[in-house]
Design a binder for this molecule. Sequence first.
Ligand SMILES: [Zn+2]
Length: 73
Amino acid sequence: MKQKILRLNQDEAGDWVAELSCGHARHVRHRPPWQNYRWISNAEGRASMIGGKLKCGLCSQGMDKPVKSKDRT
Ligand SMILES: [Zn+2]
């Protein structure tokens, strides 16, 4: 599930944390070949990704908020 990136913050360890529109926060690390986020390592790349989409692992695991159901009676 892809979510919009609202902000990018750096934690105490210097790792980047993306604040997503779903309310989750996830680390963005460039660890090829598993995690390919080369854009995180430079300011231009980060700026270009604000407002872009990032896959949210927590949402994929079903840890998102309840989905509004559209039940018709
Ligand atoms: Zn999420």
